[in-house]
Design a protein around this ligand. Structure first.
Ligand code: PXL
Length: 281
């Protein structure tokens, strides 16, 4: 039977991120994907000014209550960028309405990067997002979010292995089974992820060649690719490997294309390869 996901992120009209990434990636992974927008913005808040922002908090529970009457089973509940810290309350209540024991609750905290909170985020976000992470099976913070979730200082662009390992253990102690920290960089040559899953005493580190630049939306591309691979029954480490390869490929194609980086990465061009990777064997 076809699997079904519900993706709970903002819609940014321009600048590939959030739902404009999650929906095509999960569709390419073969999932029937429902979307619940948390906010509506004209662009993402990373490298644009003058964007509009509509908080859709008051829509989340009415939507979820209606969806809960339809008798649908959701195999994955995927949350990302939220309009505010307070909105975590609604998203937690949505999990009660839309998830059962077997739903994979997959949380991308999506509130900070490069040592700084995103422009519109309020101070309650790390504390509130910690509550959502505690409810998740898998969380995919970047290094900044990992530190802020634990009320620790940002370790800087080049983190130490022991620091990242400490963050993985700290985050797992919050409750999720799987912790995947993205944007882990030990030197200028490589970047990748740390992952800690059941049965592992120490995190595994997976790296790829590092490209210079700030690539907006790559956290969303990676997280969506990872969830799609997990929903296609790839084990966690293999799914991380798939997501890293396709994200890396998207960045490479973007740099070749020469479009301004604020419009996001050209993941569309890597989707055929993603599909092939999920369907090999
Ligand atoms: O990619 C994360 C993200 C999602 N949504 C909005 C953002 C950002 C990052 O800046 O601004 C609106």
């Amino acid at each position: 039977m076809q699997k079904r996901a519900v993706a709970v992120h903002d819609i940014s009209c321009v600048g590939r991120c959030s739902l404009t990434v999650a929906l095509p990636v999960l569709s390419a992974a073969g999932l029937d994907t429902a979307v619940v927008p948390t906010a509506l913005l004209s662009t993402h808040t990373g490298e644009f000014t003058g964007y509009t922002h509509l908080d859709l908090s008051n829509q989340l529970l009415p939507i979820a209550r209606h969806l809960s009457t339809l008798g649908l089973h959701f195999d994955a509940f995927y949350s990302g960028y939220l309009a505010s810290g307070a909105q975590v309350d609604e998203v937690l209540e949505m999990t009660g309405l839309l998830c059962d024991e077997s739903t994979h609750i997959f949380v991308d905290p999506a509130f900070a990067d490069h040592g700084r909170m995103y422009s519109l985020m309020d101070d309650s976000i790390p504390r509130q997002m910690r509550r959502l992470c505690a409810r998740a099976r898998t969380i995919v913070p970047n290094l900044t979010e990992a530190a802020f979730l634990l009320d620790e200082p940002y370790p800087g662009e080049y983190a130490k292995r022991e620091t990242v390992s400490g963050l993985c253990h700290g985050l797992r102690a919050l409750g999720p089974e799987n912790v995947v920290i993205t944007g882990v960089t030990f030197d200028s040559e490589q970047t990748g992820v740390a992952l800690l899953a059941p049965g592992m005493d120490e995190p595994a580190f997976l790296f790829r060649k590092r490209y210079d630049g700030v690539f907006y939306g790559t956290g969303d591309v990676f997280a969506s690719l990872l969830l799609g691979a997990l929903m296609n029954d790839q084990p966690l480490q293999a799914a991380v490997d798939t997501a890293l390869d396709i994200t890396h490929q998207s960045i490479r194609l973007t740099l070749e294309g020469g479009e301004p980086l604020r419009y996001g990465v050209q993941f569309e061009r890597a989707l055929p390869q993603y599909w092939a990777r999920l369907h090999k064997s």
